[in-house]
Write a protein that binds this ligand. Structure first.
Ligand code: HEM
Length: 371
């Protein structure tokens, strides 16, 4: 049978899409332009979140595989960069939202209450898929968990609730998949399945810590030369503490004893990739780390930008979802981080001439594998 020629409207579902801005009353004709814009921006943002989720699932699956082929890393980087850009798009919509004045918004705000962006199941899914843990979440100051906010009024599960619960069961989160991959990184030519790997990793860490201490001592000497005498002891303490923090971080002293060796290897791998990125085999892993940082930065900026828009439109009043409003949103921007170690390693990096010399660079040439 001959296929009906495709049309733009069938493919994009334009009529269905344009019929979705009716608000709670099911009739768009009674709504002010401000309210239709408010609805459209939220709908567009939910669509961007949908794309973010699809990309993140694909990237997570890639890193969760037992073997991650080198050439698939460029695909992961492309997905991460797209995800970063999607968050930037969402942030850019807040300027449009700011064309709404406080009084305009108050004109229709009451009817939304107690609905809130706090009930955006897809943002929760994104957070869970990235690896934000329930214990890291900020309480709203009442008994309800973020999951309870997604239940119907009578306590029964809503589609949003079911979505988030399904995502909690969809494991592993990207952070875990990524750390399993990082854990296997060859460090000075050694991998975790080889005898003596711990000794090789420890030697790399010790060399690095020594080089970092020397580096900080030379920075300190210069800082002291330029500083008044009464500043010397404060500066000395500060730089020496930085060296001590670097050592404690690389040996994962903040972790329980049983997890230390694994965490220390992962942190050493991060440092190794960032420091010796000119080695061909480390070039793409380093791009992956950079794209992760760019994505998490874009999410933090999204949270901050949302908070600034909210402050401008409603001031510091209580949110429709019952939170402390701007104060709560600022807390999420400050505290919701997933890739702590990738950020933390940046404090430890040094200029090229200061890096310990590598003994085994041969394993880091290009190795093309079957796709
Ligand atoms: C005039 C416009 C807006 C105002 C006044 C506003 C206000 C708020 C407030 C006060 C909260 C804190 C929770 C609460 O107590 O309700 C919140 C949460 C949230 N809003 Fe908005 N918002 C607006 C527009 C948007 C838009 C366009 C988005 C689209 C992405 C959005 C997404 C969210 C999300 C995802 C949360 C949950 C944040 C979290 O818990 O980490 N909001 N909003």
């Amino acid at each position: 049978m001959k296929r009906r020629p495709a049309t733009y409207w069938d493919y994009i579902k334009t009529e269905e899409l344009l019929a979705l801005q009716t608000g709670l009353d099911g009739d768009e004709s009674g709504l002010a332009n401000d309210e239709v814009m408010f609805i459209v921006i939220h709908q567009i943002d939910e669509l961007w979140f949908k794309l973010v989720l699809r990309e993140l699932v694909a990237i997570r699956d890639l890193f969760a595989a037992e073997h991650v082929a080198e050439q698939s890393l460029s695909t992961a980087v492309r997905g991460l960069r797209r995800t970063e850009l999607l968050f930037r798009q969402v942030s850019s919509h807040f300027a449009l939202m700011e064309t709404l004045t406080t009084r305009d918004y108050l004109g229709f705000r009451d009817k939304l209450s107690p609905a809130s962006g706090f009930q955006s199941a897809q943002l929760r899914e994104i957070e869970i898929l990235l690896g934000l843990r329930a214990e890291d979440r900020i309480s709203l100051g009442n008994e309800n968990s973020y999951l309870d906010a997604l239940r119907h009024e009578d306590g029964t599960p809503s589609p949003a609730f079911r979505r988030v619960v399904a995502r909690l069961e969809d494991r592993p989160p990207l952070r875990e998949a990524l750390t399993s991959w990082l854990f296997r990184t060859p460090i000075n030519g050694s991998t975790p399945d080889r005898d003596g790997d711990e000794t090789v990793v420890r030697a790399f860490v010790d060399d690095y810590v020594r080089a970092k201490r020397d580096d900080l001592e030379s920075v300190l000497r210069r800082a002291i030369e330029d500083a008044p005498e009464d500043e010397h002891s404060r500066l000395t303490q500060r730089y020496r503490r930085e060296a001590e923090n670097a050592r404690a971080f690389l040996l994962a002293e903040d972790k329980p004893e049983a997890e230390r060796a694994r965490s220390s290897r992962i942190r050493a791998a991060l440092l190794f990739i960032e420091s010796y990125r000119e080695l061909p085999l480390l070039a793409w892993p380093r791009e992956v780390l950079d794209a992760i940082v760019a994505l998490e930065q874009a999410i933090v900026i999204f949270r901050q930008r949302h908070a600034r828009m909210v402050e401008r439109v409603i001031g510091r009043r209580t949110g429709t979802g019952g939170s402390a409003g701007v104060e709560y949103l600022d807390q999420t921007a400050l505290r919701y981080r997933v890739f702590h170690d990738i950020w933390a390693v940046r404090t430890l990096l040094m200029k090229r001439e200061r890096l310990p010399r590598l003994e085994h660079t041969e394993p880091y040439g290009f190795a093309l594998e079957e796709a």
